[in-house]
Design a protein around this ligand. Structure first.
Ligand code: NAD
Length: 245
C-alpha cells in the first residue's frame, strides 16, 4: 500500500488525482492539500508527495520531503532554472519522478517513434500532425515538438534544421529529410498526435489521442507507486515505464 498526499488537490489535475487515488486499492490517500492547508500536518503519515500545484512551490516541498525522508512525484510545469535546480538538489537525497507529461501512452509513443524512425530510415517521409482544442495558445504542442526532436535526432540533425511548419504556395518537391509539422485547432480536443511515415508502396501511422486529464493523473499515480522503492535520483516517466533510451 502506497500512502499519498496530493498537493494542489482542488485544481483540475488535483481533482482527477484525488478521485482516481480513492478508487485504487493499492493506494491510500492520506490527505489532499491546497492553498491554506499545511502539508506538515500530514507528511509523517505518507510515503509519497504528489504535486500538481504551482512551480514556485515545488522546491520548498522537495526540501520538506528530504527532511522527512519522503519520495516525490512532480507534475507541475513552468519551473525557472533556480526552481529546477532546487528539485535536482533534493533528488540527491530522495527519489523524485519529474515529468512534463505523465500520459503512459504519450511516453510509449515517444519510444515507438524512435524505434520506427531508426528502423525505417531516410526512405520514409516523416510528417507530424497534432490537433488541440480551440483555446490552445501555442503551436505546435510541446508533445509534437518532442516528437520532432526524436525524429530529427534519429536523422542525425536538429529540430530547427529539419522541421517545416505547414506548407503554402510554390513549395517545390519534398526534400528527403524534411520533417513536416502541422497544427490543427478546433472544438474541445484534449490532444491528438499522429506521426506519418510514408514511402513508395506503404505508410505507417502512429497515433495517440488523449480524451481526458485522467490519463495524466493515472500515469502520475503509477509513478507514485514506482518511486517509493527507488534509490535517490531524478527520474522521468520513461524510467517509470522502463523505456529509458
Ligand atoms: P489548476 O490551476 O487547476 O490547479 C492548481 C491547484 O494548485 C489549485 O487548486 C491551486 O489552489 C493549488 N495551489 C497553487 N499554489 C499552491 C500552494 N502554494 N499550496 C497549495 N496549493 C496550491 O492547474 P492544473 O490544470 O491542475 O495544473 C497544475 C499543474 O500541473 C500545472 O503546472 C500544469 O501545467 C501541470 N500539468 C502537468 C501535467 C503532466 O502530465 N505533467 C498534466 C496536466 C497539467
Amino acid at each position: 500500500m502506497t500512502k499519498l498526499i496530493i498537493v494542489g488537490s482542488k485544481g483540475r489535475m488535483g481533482e482527477a488525482l484525488m478521485r482516481l487515488a480513492g478508487q485504487d486499492p493499492k493506494l491510500e490517500l492520506v490527505a489532499g492539500v491546497d492553498k491554506g492547508d499545511n502539508v506538515l500536518d500530514f507528511i509523517d503519515r505518507c510515503d509519497v508527495l504528489v504535486e500538481f500545484a504551482h512551480h514556485s512551490l515545488s522546491g520548498d516541498l522537495a526540501k520538506i520531503a528530504v527532511d522527512r525522508g519522503k519520495s516525490m512525484v512532480i507534475g507541475t510545469t513552468g519551473h525557472t532554472a533556480d526552481e529546477r535546480k532546487a528539485i535536482e538538489t533534493a533528488s540527491r537525497n530522495i527519489p523524485i519522478v519529474f515529468a512534463p507529461n505523465f500520459s503512459v501512452g504519450v511516453n510509449l509513443l515517444f519510444y515507438l517513434t524512435q524505434i520506427a524512425a531508426e528502423t525505417l530510415g531516410e526512405n520514409y517521409d516523416q510528417e507530424i500532425v497534432e490537433m488541440h482544442h480551440r483555446q490552445k495558445l501555442d503551436a505546435p504542442s510541446g508533445t509534437a515538438r518532442r516528437l520532432g526532436e526524436i525524429l530529427a535526432r534519429a536523422a542525425g540533425g536538429t529540430y530547427d534544421e529539419l522541421t517545416l511548419h505547414g506548407r503554402h504556395g510554390d513549395v517545390g518537391k519534398r526534400p528527403r529529410r524534411e520533417i513536416g509539422m502541422h497544427a490543427l485547432r478546433g472544438g474541445d480536443v484534449v490532444g491528438d498526435h499522429t506521426i506519418h511515415f510514408s514511402t513508395i508502396g506503404e505508410r505507417l501511422e502512429l497515433t495517440h489521442r488523449a480524451s481526458s486529464r485522467d490519463t495524466f493523473a493515472s500515469g502520475a499515480l503509477r509513478a507514485a507507486q514506482w518511486v517509493r522503492s527507488q534509490k535517490p535520483g531524478l527520474y522521468s516517466m520513461q524510467d517509470v515505464l522502463g523505456l529509458k533510451q
